[in-house]
Write a protein that binds this ligand. Structure first.
Ligand code: CP
Ligand code: NVA
Length: 301
């Protein structure tokens, strides 16, 4: 049966570790599962990291990436999502999409005979989470019982990070302003995935205490530009700055999926400071993408 990468929870903890191991496997030791094959990469939203890391991962596995802007494809405008999947599976061994509406990637996956990869939706960003876990593992060692803190909007990036952290047995701390938090059912779901513990609060300084890794993301995600003024006001006090990193502890690392808005979700001192691993994390997007694609395409024996 075709495996898809729609969410982190499509994979078990064992499979996630296998993907992280494949991400660190020399390219010369991987099969070339995409040799002579194509990969459709469709973007309804802008991207720097995801486009480049996925294009390079496809090339490193022997394939040819074909980038197309969402407007050209016109999901449900030019033709139904399902027709796009049925056409692309005839050309390509992989269909990847960055979409506004999560149901677009689930609908692609429902009919596609080739793997479908979610390159970010309003709901989740699993490829980012694989790079986040890889980066934490490289800096912190075995992640079981380590503590991850996410400060900011409980958005697509936060959800996928919480899922992968839970599956790897971490303590998960979340700090969001009222109205931008995970609800009770979501906290329960994260706990049941295997988190060592789950805590959520409205005071970020409390939630980062003891964190081995402090993460944040933009307060205004793509597609939410109309809410910007309101969100900037509601997120006051949620900037990850030196005071917050001091509360986290002296060995804690700072992470951000990027792009970052200095002076808003993170101070320049922190993101450009010695505890920041954001560029290692960004570069890991390519290694994690290669590991995930190698796994999906059969390097998972
Ligand atoms: N982190 C991330 O997904 O970056 P891009 O939006 O540039 O792809
Ligand atoms: N939460 C952000 C992530 C960008 C990589 C967004 O969806 O725009």
């Amino acid at each position: 049966m075709t495996r898809h990468l729609i969410d982190v929870v499509d994979f078990s903890a064992t499979e996630i570790n296998a993907i992280l191991d494949l991400a660190e496997t020399p390219i010369s030791d991987l099969r070339q599962p995409l040799a002579g094959k194509g990969a459709a990469l469709i973007f309804e939203k802008p991207s720097a990291r995801t486009r480049h890391s996925m294009e390079m991962a496809v090339v490193q596995l022997g394939g040819h990436p074909v980038f197309t802007r969402g407007e050209e494809i016109g999901f449900d405008i030019r033709e139904p999502v399902e027709d796009v999947a049925r056409i692309m599976e005839g050309f390509h061994s992989l269909i990847a999409a960055r979409v506004f509406d999560h149901s677009t990637v689930t609908r692609l996956a429902a009919v596609s005979s080739v793997p479908v990869v979610n390159m970010l939706s309003d709901h989740s960003h699993p490829l980012q989470a694989f790079a986040d876990a890889l980066t934490m593992r490289q800096n912190l060692g075995d992640l079981a019982e380590k503590t991850v803190a996410f400060v900011g909007d409980y958005n697509n990036v936060a959800r996928s990070l919480a899922e992968i952290s839970a599956l790897l047995g971490m303590h998960v701390h979340l700090a969001s302003p009222p109205g931008f938090e995970a609800d009770e059912a979501e906290l329960e779901r994260i706990l049941l995935l295997g988190a060592a513990s789950v805590e959520q609060g409205n005071r970020p300084i409390d939630m980062v205490v003891g964190a081995d890794a402090v993460h944040t993301d933009t307060w205004v995600s793509m597609g939410e530009e109309a809410d910007k003024a309101e969100k900037l006001q509601k997120f006051e006090g949620f900037t990850v700055d030196d005071t917050m990193m001091a509360a986290a502890g002296t060995n804690s690392i700072f992470m951000h999926c990027l792009p970052a808005y200095r002076g808003f979700e993170v101070s320049a001192d922190v993101i450009d400071g010695p505890r920041s691993v954001v560029f290692q994390q960004g570069h890991n997007r390519m290694h994690a993408a290669r590991g995930a694609l190698a796994f999906l395409l059969g390097d998972n024996a």
